[in-house]
Design a protein around this ligand. Structure first.
Ligand SMILES: NC(=O)c1ccc[n+]([C@@H]2O[C@H](COP(=O)([O-])OP(=O)(O)OC[C@H]3O[C@@H](n4cnc5c(N)ncnc54)[C@H](O)[C@@H]3O)[C@@H](O)[C@H]2O)c1
Length: 388
């Protein structure tokens, strides 16, 4: 505790792309206003010692650098772990972290497949004292955050249709070298769904929109890629996935939910979007135009006119940034981290309602993606039963 502020001592496992994003967010905690919690990275671990060197150079408080993650779990001075490692390691590491009594923000998809996810869920059930959440930052973009508020307030009337997606395009280049995210052994059979899918289902699942069935269309566009030596090797995982889902709401309303995750969507660098159509309002937000949000309020007989506005920089947690400035990816990471640390510090009294994706939401995504794989194999619509 430092003058009214709880310091949360973090160990970081996986010093790659996302590990560095967390370190950067923690380093600019002064960006946030009015928070009574702060993460401090005190230990880092990566199986590759080279990867940890960046942290030694840039993160002053790091006391432990190791290649063995169990050293972090045995350290009583570490409160929580951020784990960002390839998918085939999620089950082993997450289970060990939870059993060691460390709070965990883990990266999606929370297990390489449904069986691995079930092992993580079992450890969570055994340790209810540990806070476990799954990384998913896009709902913290002000436009997405505003849409989530509108859903909570029931602004849309009867839902007509919802579309959510996350699209990348760099894999359009057939010469892009293969990496672990394009191999079944390390990324999983889900392919792009395991990689990108939790981002897409986080808000629909939070709103209670769980599909009763799914019909999927999965495509592998680039089937070979060069390895580090320039030899062509199989690129095994699904590049693109379109899931047509049938949602039945509690009150009897039924609507289509179209989910898409694509690694090959020409022209899209990191486009996360959500479009909701309702009888009383429709709204759209996409990170393609991160300041812009469109909405169409409607009353019977009234005009149907889209209102397109620049959303002010009003985020879940207050910041030093003026309202007129733009919000970006690294801001969403900072906000997500604030939500995790807030929940860890203040529990259900956290300052704002958007908590990070839960393990249950991640587990539900595994049920959906497993059903999507079955739908692709059989060419049929696959039913999903929740609560079993
Ligand atoms: N939230 C997001 O927006 C987002 C974006 C990209 C990736 N991810 C997720 O983050 C996770 C990591 O992805 P990344 O892009 O950072 O990968 P990365 O390849 O850049 O980093 C992974 C790191 O894990 C290390 N590692 C491998 N085995 C290890 C072990 N046994 N112990 C310790 N370290 C080990 C690797 O050496 C590497 O440095 C994945 O689950 C991925 O899906 C999330």
């Amino acid at each position: 505790m430092e003058a009214g502020r709880r310091i949360i001592r973090f160990g970081l496992i996986g010093c790659g792309l996302m590990g560095r994003e967390f370190a950067s967010a923690a380093a600019r905690w002064c960006h946030l206003t009015g928070v009574d919690f702060e993460p401090r990275i005190t230990a880092v671990c990566d199986a590759n010692p080279e990867a940890a060197k960046w942290f030694v150079r840039h993160v002053p408080g790091v006391a432990t650098v190791t290649t063995d993650y169990k050293e972090l779990l045995a350290d009583p001075d570490i409160d929580a772990i951020y784990c960002a490692v390839p998918h085939h390691l999620h089950a082993l590491l997450y289970v060990d972290i939870i059993r060691a009594g460390k709070h965990l923000l883990g990266e999606k998809p929370f297990g390489i497949d449904k069986e691995a996810n079930e092992a993580v869920m079992q450890a969570i059930r055994e340790h209810p004292e540990v806070l476990v959440r799954c990384s998913s930052e896009f709902p913290f973009f002000p436009g997405a955050y505003r849409i989530a508020k509108m859903v909570r307030e029931g602004k849309f009337g009867r839902i007509i249709e919802v579309e959510a997606g996350f699209w990348h395009s760099s894999d359009l280049d057939p010469l892009k070298p293969i990496n672990w995210k394009r191999r079944i052994a390390t990324n999983g059979e889900y392919g792009c769904m395991g990689d990108l899918g939790l981002h897409v289902v986080h808000l629909p699942f939070r709103f209670g929109w769980k599909p009763q069935s799914v019909r999927s269309l999965l495509t592998n566009v680039v089937t070979e890629r060069p390895d580090a030596l320039g030899r062509m090797v199989p690129c095994e995982t699904w590049d693109n996935a379109i899931l047509a889902c049938d949602v039945h709401e509690a009150g009897g309303n039924r609507f289509p939910l179209m989910l898409s995750t694509k690694r090959i969507a020409p022209g899209h660098a990191n486009t996360w979007f959500l479009r909701i159509q309702g009888t009383e309002c429709s709204a759209e937000f996409s990170t393609k135009n991160p300041k812009m949000m469109a909405s169409l309020p409607y009353s019977p007989g009234g005009e149907q006119a889209w209102r397109v506005a620049d959303v002010p920089y009003v985020s879940a947690y207050g910041t030093i940034t003026g309202n007129i400035f733009e919000f970006g990816f690294s801001d969403s990471i900072l906000q997500m981290w604030a939500a995790f640390c807030d929940e860890l510090t203040n529990g259900s009294a956290m300052r704002q309602p958007l908590y990070c994706a839960t393990p249950e939401e991640a587990a539900d995504s595994h049920r959906l993606f497993t059903a999507a794989l079955e739908s692709e194999r059989s060419g049929r619509t696959v039913a999903l039963r929740w609560g079993e």
